[in-house]
Design a protein around this ligand. Structure first.
Ligand code: AMP
Length: 189
């Protein structure tokens, strides 16, 4: 199985590049942010529990997020592999994912971090806010999301670095060029 984590701060291009990668490598894309937004839209019990946190830009508690992620993986028993986008965002999530995959005789193949500077991220998110109207892309909520990223999510990088699974790709430039760099990395696995 080819199990990839696409890692990066809000606006790094994880969603855009995941879509391209799943087509090329025939993987299942699991974006925890997309899953939460679908729950909120459908007004499910889970959606109601998490909507205020997400609107505010805070992370959803690990146990809720991990349970949702595992359920989604289990829906795809025939998958050739997965791209995890927006997950793991905390070290306990990364540990839970390792344990979960191990229980299926599988593992994370590699983690690719998209490298984008703060100025570019702010520009992209302002543009996305105009296009999609995502409430958590508004300037004040975005500050909370960035704070969550530097407080909790950044620690996931050394976790994978210690396992020799981390690589970085420049996330600035043309979408096609970034995609080519990502594919070059994936082809090395
Ligand atoms: P995203 O679309 O990945 O930026 O996610 C949107 C929001 O969903 C985040 O700001 C969090 O509130 C929530 N979320 C998504 N993935 C996770 C995760 N792995 N852990 C906790 N909260 C998450």
């Amino acid at each position: 199985m080819l199990n990839l984590v696409l890692f990066g701060p809000p606006g790094a291009g994880k969603g855009t590049q995941s879509e391209k990668l799943i087509n090329k490598y025939e993987l299942i894309h699991i974006s925890t942010g997309d899953l939460f937004r679908a729950h909120i839209k459908n007004q499910s019990t889970l959606g109601q529990r998490v909507s205020a946190l997400i609107a505010d830009g805070q992370l959803v508690p690990d146990e809720i997020t991990i349970a949702m992620l595992e359920e989604e993986v289990d829906k795809n028993p025939e998958a050739k592999g997965f791209i995890f986008d927006g997950f793991p965002r905390t070290v306990p999530q990364a540990e839970a994912l390792d344990d979960f995959l191990k229980s299926k005789d599988s593992a994370i193949t590699g983690v690719i971090a998209l490298d984008v500077n703060q100025e570019e991220l702010t520009k992209r998110i302002a543009q996305r806010q105009l296009e999609t109207g995502r409430v958590d892309d508004q300037a004040d909520k975005l500050q909370t999301r960035i704070a969550e990223y530097f407080d909790k999510t950044i620690h996931v990088l050394p976790y994978y670095e210690e396992q020799n699974k981390l690589s970085k790709v420049n996330g600035i430039g043309k979408i096609e060029d970034i995609f080519a760099d990502l594919c070059a990395q994936v082809d090395k696995y």
